[in-house]
Ligand binder design. Structure first.
Ligand SMILES: [Zn+2]
Length: 91
């Protein structure tokens, strides 16, 4: 997903750790699917799916959801962040 293109309306959708949409499709045609009922005027969001790597702290997440990991990292990799946090708390 490249949000830099003017024609890509998906660039308007923000990341959330508790998203209401997901992205599907192949190649240049991508679809935004709703994961749950979305109220009129509610902001659309989806998991950007950034991988966990040494630079994850560059992408701070402020989605405000209850399960926010604090950084934009794909759901499957967020446990690594939580692990790092719990280690630092116990010191
Ligand atoms: Zn978040």
């Amino acid at each position: 997903m490249d949000g830099d293109f003017e024609y890509n309306e998906a660039r308007l959708i923000n990341h959330s750790c508790n998203p209401n949409c997901e992205v599907g499709g192949k190649g240049l045609k991508l679809w935004i699917f709703a994961l749950k009922d979305i109220k009129i005027g509610e902001e659309l969001s989806y998991d950007y799916g950034f991988g966990y790597d040494k630079d994850y702290k560059q992408f701070v997440c402020k989605c405000g959801s209850k399960n926010c990991a604090g950084y934009i990292v794909r759901e499957g990799s967020r446990w690594r962040i939580k692990k790092v946090k719990s280690v630092s708390v116990s010191r």
